[in-house]
Design a protein around this ligand. Structure first.
Ligand SMILES: [Zn+2]
Ligand SMILES: [Zn+2]
Length: 392
């Protein structure tokens, strides 16, 4: 191979396979891949679309969820033309939430990510939620605002660092937030507006006055954030956090289901017990949890979180109240975790005993279960009274 000429540029960039991009931006902490790519494009003073179409020629990138599925062709080009390593790129992708949040293949089933599409926004499709952002974080970022990876998570509803609620629509025009689309249709314009501007009305999301989050929402988020970070759920005695999220997901799907009388009772009783507003679920096939608004997601999440918080007492009680059979928890749940399964089975054992011992005296299993719960409660109250007498 011919020796490269010792020009200044060859001395500086000699270890690159081909000339590197003139500009480089360093990924920021917990940054989302497309946020970094957008900032990289901007650092070259061109639009995201222009940058991508000139360098990723022939690779479909537009209306592709690059944070979720990154074509190897694009990754290879980034590796060639920047100083990033493969793991630096992977760290910005949603796959990095594996295995702490989920273990399934991201391509087959990718729970917990809000749908992200350009066309759906343009054509008013049902998948309206794209990105959720914390206006306070964007404000704190100052001159270098960027979008966090966790803002694509459907279980991220408040920002623990700022103590504020996340937003998923622009308060000015009420359109969903999408950081990549603002430059589309403005071909002739140089992107001079900040990346934090709404794609539709260009009002700056970092200027939005944040709404303080409720203490219980922050506590819940702190729990989620911690177990995603550590991969370990000590509260439920689980070694693996994804085993908690699998059950959380199941509960959420039941809370988001419409048209089952027993589930309706569960949803109403749980809302009452957790002291959170009851929202009638829409048809869950067309409105999966991920596509709901951030406030609706926060509402359902808190109830599911609350139900699993004092395990298994709250679950046992609410389930008895609603008269829910094991079937509803086991159906469509092939990877049901053991910690949840044993509780569901426990109830099944109680049910078969009832058939033998109490079938005369109780008209239904639900009635027996309710009686058992009230008995436990009375005992707890009595114990509490005794405790008071001792301490007095
Ligand atoms: Zn924040
Ligand atoms: Zn707007």
């Amino acid at each position: 191979m011919a020796k490269k000429k010792s020009t200044l540029s060859n001395i500086i960039f000699g270890h690159f396979d081909e000339p590197p991009w003139p500009s480089f931006v360093k990924p920021l902490p917990s940054e989302l891949f497309t946020s970094w790519l957008l900032r990289l494009s901007r650092s070259h003073l061109v639009r995201y679309y222009t940058f991508c179409s000139s360098y990723f020629n022939g690779i479909e990138f537009w209306d592709r969820d690059l944070d979720k599925f990154l074509p190897t062709g694009i990754k290879d080009i980034i590796l060639k033309k920047s100083i990033l390593k493969s793991e630096d790129i992977d760290q910005m992708r949603l796959v990095s939430f594996q295995p702490n949040l989920f273990v399934t293949d991201i391509a087959n089933r990718s729970p917990w990510f809000t749908p992200f599409s350009v066309y759906s926004l343009k054509h008013g499709s049902k998948h309206r939620t794209a990105l959720t952002v914390c206006p306070s974080c964007l404000k704190k970022d100052g001159a270098m605002p960027y979008f966090r990876k966790s803002w694509r998570l459907s279980i991220k509803t408040v920002c623990v660092e700022c103590g504020t609620e996340l937003i998923d629509v622009c308060p000015e025009c009420e359109m969903p937030i999408n950081h990549l689309i603002a430059e589309k249709g403005r071909r002739s314009q140089t992107p001079i507006f900040p990346v934090t501007c709404c794609w539709k009305c260009l009002s700056n999301l970092s200027e939005v006055v944040p709404i303080p989050a409720k203490a219980k929402a922050l506590e819940m988020q702190q729990f989620f954030d911690t177990i995603i970070e550590t991969g370990y759920d000590a509260r439920h005695g689980l070694q693996y956090a994804h085993l908690y999220f699998l059950v959380l997901r199941k509960i959420l799907s039941l809370l988001n289901k419409h048209g089952n009388p027993q589930l309706d009772t569960l949803q109403r009783e749980l809302s009452r017990a957790a002291n959170v507003e009851f929202i009638v679920p829409k048809n869950s096939r067309a409105n999966s949890f991920e596509t709901l608004s951030v406030s609706n997601r926060a509402n359902l999440l808190y109830k599911a979180y609350w139900l699993l918080e004092e395990w298994p007492e709250r679950f046992r009680e609410l389930r008895a109240m609603a008269g829910l059979r094991s079937k509803i928890f086991v159906n469509d749940f092939p990877d049901i975790p053991y910690w949840f399964k044993t509780e569901v089975d426990y109830n099944r054992v109680v049910y078969s005993r009832w058939r033998n011992d109490f079938s005369e005296s109780y008209s239904s299993f639900a009635e027996l279960a309710r009686w058992r719960v009230s008995k436990i409660r009375r005992r707890e109250e009595n114990d509490g009274d005794k405790q008071d007498q001792i301490t007095r």
